[in-house]
Structure formats: structure tokens, C-alpha cells
Design a protein around this ligand. Structure first.
Ligand SMILES: Cc1cc2nc3c(=O)[nH]c(=O)nc-3n(C[C@H](O)[C@H](O)[C@H](O)COP(=O)(O)O)c2cc1C
Length: 278
């Protein structure tokens, strides 16, 4: 007696909720036609009691993306103690856009990659990382353009954090192409190396649906700050570059610009004291 009644109430509630979701979608369409796309995105990714848990989710693509490698490079073990006080690194961090002409040391690159996005261990089958991540889903991928890195062949690499290894996915792009892609910001094309940070929207959306579009940027911002602070501690220069032609970056990396999206380019090089910041 009680069971059919409960089933009937549940089905009524479901119908009411899907009606509310349909009305909301129609309302959202109207809102998006009238407003800035950024506001539309904000509106579309709100958590509401109805709808949020019913949205379809993409399949979880796994924690570690694997690319087809032309060749691989085992990175040297990272430096684990900098001797630089954390508070001091935070106070002195700047965006630095001038790089020494010396090549970047592979050990420093390894240290930077490890502390930015490396795997420090495992807990209950989940990788532990150096950045907080919504749902522990770890959406950030790192690519490296190596132009002048000691004992590293020029190339465009994908960083494999579970193996502390670089996987070459293609020859290095020209400096002029990268400068063009970064809206003619010449300092980007002058660095010995670049990190390109992307976010796998699919990884986080597999749990959070569209809400993940907000979370992946927060996660990636934490990786960005790791890069800044470790660069500061190692005497390197870096700057977050968010201005670039998305489609051209995606073409370069061979990603779809939808389920995996480029977020930042971070040039890396040895610091020139007194170089331009700001
Ligand atoms: C999301 C984001 C995007 C940015 N994009 C660029 C950029 O395209 N080019 C650039 O030279 N600096 C860029 N910056 C660096 C800022 O200009 C810099 O952080 C700001 O001027 C403050 O200086 P500071 O980092 O030295 O404190 C960006 C920073 C962030 C966080």
C-alpha cells in the first residue's frame, strides 16, 4: 500500500522537476540572447535543486592522458628542497617577461613540472597532486615547448606526471608562430621554453556536469600559482599568458578545444635581474 503511494509521489515530483528544468532552459535561452556570453555561462552553470543532478555527464576519461609519443624523455629527479622561504617567495613573486639567453636546465624544468602538477603519491587508488582539485578529478594537463633546454631535444612535449616523463608529440613550433598565436606578445616567443596548461573539461564534467566549467579554471589557477612560486624559488622568470588564439593552440596540441581546452601559456627561462615586470 505504502510502496505504490511513494512511487506515485516520486513520479509526480520527477515530472514537476523536469517541467521546471524545461522552463529554466527556455528562460536561459532568452537570457543568453540578451546578455553577455560570460553572464550566460554564469547563469547556465548555477546549481539548482532541480536539474543539476539529472544533467547528462560525459564518461570519465581517466586521470592520465596518454599521447602517441615520437620519442620519450625521462626527466631528472626533481629538487625537493629549495631553501627559499615560502612566505618570501609569495611576497617576491612577479610576472617576469625577460629571460636570460642561457638554456634552461632540465633539472629545473623537472622540478617546476613536478611541483606544479606532479604526482606525489596515491591514496585509496587516487593520485595525490600538488594542487587542490574539485572532486579530486585533476583536470590539468601540461605541455612543454622546449626550444633551449639543456640535454633536451627541441620539441613539443606532453608531460606525463605519473612517470615524471616527457612524451614528444611533434617537432617544436617556430618562435614566430608562437608569437603570432600569443597575439604578437614578443616575450612569449623569446623564452627558452613554454608551459602550455590545458584543462580536461571532460574529467571534471564526468562528476559535475556543466558546473565543471567553473571548477577547472579554479584548479588550473592553483597550478599556475605553483609554477609562479617554484619559479621564484628557483630564480626563474615566468608569466601567465591568457591572450592567445584558442583554435591555433588546439591545432598545435592536437586537442579538440571542447573536452580539453587551453587556458594559459607560461614562458619559462632563467631570470634577468632588473628585467621588465608589471
Ligand atoms: C589569467 C591571467 C592572464 C594573463 N594574461 C597575460 C597576458 O596575456 N600577457 C601578459 O604579459 N601578462 C598576462 N598576465 C599577467 C598579468 O598581467 C600580471 O599578473 C599582472 O599585471 C600583475 O602583475 P604581477 O603578476 O607581477 O603581480 C595574466 C595573468 C593572469 C592571472
Amino acid at each position: 500500500m505504502l510502496k505504490p503511494l511513494l512511487e506515485c509521489i516520486a513520479s509526480m515530483l520527477k515530472r514537476l522537476r523536469s517541467g521546471a528544468a524545461r522552463l529554466a532552459t527556455e528562460g536561459l535561452r532568452g537570457f543568453c540572447e540578451e546578455h553577455d556570453p560570460g553572464l550566460c555561462l554564469q547563469e547556465a552553470t548555477r546549481i539548482e535543486e532541480w536539474g543539476y543532478f539529472e544533467e547528462p555527464r560525459p564518461r570519465f576519461p581517466g586521470f592520465f592522458k596518454k599521447c602517441r609519443c615520437l620519442w620519450t624523455v625521462e626527466l631528472p629527479p626533481p629538487i625537493l628542497e629549495s631553501g627559499v622561504d615560502l612566505f618570501r617567495a609569495i611576497r617576491e613573486r612577479r610576472s617576469r617577461r625577460e629571460y636570460s639567453s642561457e638554456p634552461l636546465d632540465a633539472k629545473l624544468l623537472s622540478t617546476l613540472l613536478y611541483h606544479a602538477a606532479g604526482v606525489r603519491g596515491w591514496e585509496l587508488g587516487w593520485p595525490l597532486r600538488h594542487y587542490p582539485s574539485a572532486g579530486g578529478l585533476q583536470p590539468v594537463e601540461v605541455y612543454v615547448v622546449a626550444w633551449r633546454v639543456e640535454s633536451l631535444r627541441e620539441g613539443l612535449y606532453h608531460y606525463e606526471p605519473d612517470a615524471q616523463r616527457l612524451c614528444a608529440i611533434r617537432e617544436a613550433p617556430s618562435r614566430s608562430l608562437i608569437t603570432h598565436i600569443a597575439l604578437d606578445q614578443e616575450h612569449v616567443g623569446r623564452a627558452p621554453a613554454l608551459l602550455i596548461l590545458t584543462a580536461m573539461y571532460s574529467r571534471t564534467a564526468s562528476k559535475y556536469g556543466a558546473r565543471a566549467y567553473r571548477y577547472i579554471h579554479v584548479d588550473l589557477g592553483a597550478v599556475m600559482q605553483n609554477v609562479y612560486l617554484v619559479a621564484e624559488a628557483l630564480g626563474l622568470a615566468t608569466v601567465a599568458v591568457g591572450a592567445f588564439y584558442d583554435r591555433e593552440v588546439c591545432k598545435l596540441l592536437g586537442i579538440d578545444c571542447r573536452w580539453e581546452i587551453p587556458v594559459l601559456i607560461m614562458p619559462i627561462g632563467k631570470r634577468v635581474e632588473g628585467g621588465f615586470t608589471g
